[in-house]
Design a protein around this ligand. Structure first.
Ligand code: FES
Length: 225
């Protein structure tokens, strides 16, 4: 059995952009990331992609597979091999391509820094009640893979902060140790343009960790009145 891939290759420095086909012999348990690695080792060492943990934890390997953002290290190739069609592989949409499947995520990282995505004010008792902790769980599960941010149609609009940012902000509205929850809320509504969310749920569908950013956004909206 063979995995047939059609990978978008781009080198902005040379000004080249094209799709290149590869056929990779299937191996049991093969993921898209291991297929990319095989291509790099055996067919074309110039293929560029990101990877780190290879275990669905670090969020660095996200690419578009047939039009949907997926973690390449988690997505098994077998169903695609069985369907025997060419699989289209592209970099995250809405991000500047550095080369091939590696994109520049600096803009989103900057936004995360702007919202100060960490507990700044410590208000005494460090313990979080179990019921609150449960509520914070999904927001804390975000691995910064950028799938939601890339797939959100509203992120094209520059002023809208995007689902990833609001999923991060959510925990600071709920975390009892955060003294500035109200400031955070105003920040989300005014600076992040919270209400520009279309509530299309696309981010919920593509999140590999089931964080459900759109659901969290709707909950933040209820705080805003
Ligand atoms: Fe870390 Fe895929 S390499 S999530």
């Amino acid at each position: 059995m063979v995995l047939r891939l059609r990978i978008r290759r781009e080198d902005p420095q040379k000004g080249t952009c094209y799709y290149q086909s590869f056929e990779v012999p299937y191996e049991e348990g093969m993921t898209f990331l291991s297929a990319f690695q095989k291509i790099k080792e055996q067919y074309d060492e110039t293929l560029t992609f990101r990877q780190f943990c290879r275990a669905g934890i670090c969020g660095t390997c996200t690419v578009y597979i047939n039009g949907f953002p997926k973690l390449a290290c988690k997505e098994q190739v077998l169903p695609y091999v069985i369907s025997n069609t060419e699989v289209i592989i592209e970099p995250l949409k809405g991000f500047r391509v550095i080369r091939d499947l590696a994109v520049d995520n600096e803009k989103v990282i900057r936004k995360i820094k702007e919202i100060r995505a960490w507990i700044k004010e410590y208000a005494g008792d460090p313990r979080i009640p179990p019921e609150v902790s449960k509520k914070l769980e999904s927001s804390a599960d975000c691995i910064l893979c950028f799938a939601c941010q890339s797939y959100c149609p509203q992120v094209m609009e520059e002023e809208y902060a995007g689902p990833l940012i609001f999923a991060k902000l959510y925990r600071f509205l709920e975390d009892p140790r955060e003294e500035n929850s109200q400031v955070r809320l105003v920040q989300a509504i005014q600076e992040g343009n919270l209400y520009h969310c279309l509530s299309c749920n696309k981010c919920n569908h593509v999140c590999p960790k089931e964080v459900e950013p759109a659901t969290l956004i709707r909950e933040i909206m209820t705080y805003g009145g």
